[in-house]
Design a protein around this ligand. Sequence first.
Ligand code: GLN
Length: 549
Amino acid sequence: MSRTKYIFVIGGVLSGVGKGVTVASIGRILKNRGLNVTAMKIDPYVNVDAGTMNPVEHGEVFVTDDKDETDQDIGNYERFLDTTITSLNYMTTGRVYKSVIEKERSMYYKGKCVQVVPHIPLEIISRIKKVADESKAEVVAIEIGGTVGEYENILFLEAARMMKLQTPEDVLFVLVSYMPIPGHLGEMKTKPTQHAARALNSSGIQADFIVARGEEELDKPRREKLATFCGLRTEEEIIGAPDVPSIYEIPSVFEKQHFSDLIAKRLKLRFREKKNPGWNHFISNMRTADREIKIAVVGKYFGTGNYTLADSYISVIEAVKHAAWSNGAKPELTWIDAETYEKNPEQTLELKNFNAVIVPGGFGTRGIEGIINAIRFVRENKIPYLGLCYGMQLASVEFARNVLDLRDANTVECDAATKNPIIHINPNQADNVENNRYGGTMRLGAYDCELRSGSKVQKLYKATHISERHRHRYEFNNVYREQMEKAGMQMVGINKETDLVEVVELQNHPYFVGSQFHPEFKSRPLAPHPLFMGLIKAAIKSRCSIKLV
Ligand code: GLN
């Protein structure tokens, strides 16, 4: 195998301009040409993982098979690269310092004075190299979080600089920068990006490519200006990245500018095949989908304004899109704050205007009575429903309250003293909570599940043995299993080892499924998830499906 190549992606001007999607798209265009690619995310936070961060502030916590609570960008990498990524590919400042300190305590440094430089960058480099070794990837694309010029990511930039020094021909730097168009000028400005390129220079790094993000196309004069003032060799090395309707269009935007060829030339990569029919097919489905379906998402963590929304539940949104597009449908998502239905239960009537309802994961008591009211409405009115984790737990609570007539049924997360704890907590989890052991202690990552033959869910999966990813502390209480089954809520997915309920489904309903796991984490553009496929198919059949003209 030839030597692994490393592409560092660094942000300039402001955060949130699409470094993650750039890494994922670079990965995709190289993969489309036959290379084995993996991607890493570096979060400069001191947090050891993303599990302790508020999703409204930091975005979704993406869970890997191997129990890591990572940044949502890891989800983009899995989706774009169609590959399973492990915890090795995620790094935070907290994680790096933790290992250096643990190594120091075990005399790993053999009595040396352990210093921020070089020991921290060396630890960072060894983590990057480990990913290359374990994944056998020919290219590792690495996103350094934050933007150049800030204090937090300096040591990561230093590690990247050191790697370039060691093997200059194997390391490439891509600066993703923002090109504002101030309203009063109506003209795209290059100056902030020039400053970002210089800030990068002061860390000892010269950008090899600049991905210039902006609301509009990048024109020739600005390409020339950026190349000249940012020290690039030709204007070809400036890649324009205007806003596009979907992030999945970005690989095509890059390829129109021959980005993969340019990268190959710089890194001396040899491509093996030219086309990826699977990806092309997915893109064409996405572009042609025209049957509008309306989906309501009822929950919390919607924050204020659209930007926060999309980030807290990005995997749910993407899973809906993958399944919808593959069925020729165009999903329109409406976010409903559960508290609305808590204050005005009669307002749940508006759910009649939707083809399907999703209750995603969540924590704590706020809004849960509203969620339960919504679930009751969709159960009784036969609106397709998918409950994800909390959405499965609360569907069970609703059923116990309104069908089994156990009026005080609840999850102990919301009412520790309830006489009917439909959802309870096992003793070791209770111990974690009592002793403030929150970090990385939930039931996390991949667990096996056996599906009941002949159930709706089993037919959708076309399998009886599945594995899905988890992130929760509470569980369905098996004491109620028999009563619920008799009344029509079937426990069709079970973890055999622990006898925990993983999936419930309702009889006599077009589609009413709840999963204790998070199916959204495993949905891929090239492999939409069976539970979302089931929801979308039922949504298309349901009453208010409108064909757009
Ligand atoms: N709050 C619930 C639990 O901890 C559900 C978690 C979730 O939806 N991810 O079990």
